[in-house]
Design a binder for this molecule. Sequence first.
Ligand SMILES: [Fe+2]
Length: 191
Amino acid sequence: MLTVKYALDEFIHDMSALVDDQPDQERLFDLGSQYLERLVVNPDAIPEEYRVPARGRNHGTYMLHHGDNGLLVTTVVWGAGDHIGPHDHRTWGMIGVMDNGITETRFTRHDDRSRDDYALLEKDRETLVRPGEVSLLVPDVDEIHQMDNYSDRPTVEIHVYGSDLRGLQRSRYNLETCEARSFTTTRFDNC
Ligand SMILES: [Fe+2]
């Protein structure tokens, strides 16, 4: 049987058309995750140089597409043992695992959000996200997570967001002290 692989430019075309259509959140995630699930089963869709950690680092982030409609598509590579603590995103997002797996821990925020420097978080669930699977980032509802690659080899993911992360004021959270600290993504490894 002939299997037609889904290419990156096809994914970007379909995803851009979906975003341009200004769908409600349910339709965005429903169709968008179907597109992303098709893409992540085809690692050849992404240049090899964007599926490895950046030179001299145990991590890599590479921009693949940024459209006028805000759509941002990146690859993120987590080296063996790589980790990032709890943080938010301030935009909708979808994360598809292309190779290996990632342990994603989600948190629920329980304070009234009246202070920028304080957040009371409670662990909600821990999931091992495997190749071909997609997890969703729902703004204000379910978007605070911690990521760990507990394996001995790199994990490759495709990230899709509604906005360029480089322009967003986001927060990192300390679970012990409840401190929230603002941060901004300044660059990707290829730009
Ligand atoms: Fe994240």
